[in-house]
Design a binder for this molecule. Sequence first.
Ligand code: NAP
Length: 253
Amino acid sequence: MSVNVDGRKWVEGTVVERHQWAERLFSLRVEAAIEPFEAGQFGRLALVIGDELISRPYSFVNAPHEHPLDFYFIVIPDGALTPRLAALEPGDKVWVGRKGAGFFTLSQVPGGRDLWMLATGTALGPFLSILKTPEPWRRFEKIVLLHGVRTQAELAYADTIEGFRRSHPEQFQFFASVTREICPNAFQQRIPHAIESGTLEQVAGVELNPQHSQVMICGNPAMVKDTVALLKSKGFAENLRKQPGQITVERYW
Ligand code: NAP
């Protein structure tokens, strides 16, 4: 079934799985016949609450060719939608926006030798979608994914990430930054500090510089701001439509 509400087209989806990663972190897997989207884009989920359709954007974690759709989100305790999404069970219905949207995609990223992917929290999602497609592996020599979270329990999708490491052992490296508890094999610094101190480059054995690197950043707006400022001080420029650069960002909320 599909409907039009507020100028958007909605498809009725069916929840096939709900997975809880940590206290506030959930993935919802949904079967819905939406239009093709580009890896890195976001879709929308909506529920009828009272007499209103309440919707929010959520990045796809699945690649465009994969089903079911996979959405990774954090529950905002007094939020209108996320506590209800987190309570859905397999078989429940949820409205899904028929079209994906957004520009945080590899088609917006200029050429380069290495690709750096910097995410905090649930903003890991669009990177996983991109990494599940052939394009990044074809275009870049080295790919470094850094995921910044507060606690170790929030390091979601470890099996998916391990799969990338196994299938591309020379090309791909993953690092975690866990800032609010001691976690073995993770940085204890925030993402900008791991870059500024040189630790990230050192352990990755890859140089982060404007000549060879493209950097995609998504997550906590303060992290995005701080990281962009740091990279600009190292000679990087934001990638704008009129003027290509080396930093492509998604301001996540
Ligand atoms: P978070 O506070 O975003 O922390 C995730 C990681 O980012 C932590 O390692 C944190 O370090 C780091 N960080 C925070 N500020 C930073 C900065 N200025 N520079 C560099 N790194 C920084 O945690 P979260 O649990 O993922 O999200 C927190 C809240 O954001 C949620 O409870 C929710 O309210 C909101 N949120 C909203 C949406 C949405 O779509 N509306 C999505 C995600 C999150 P520290 O531990 O040192 O702070």
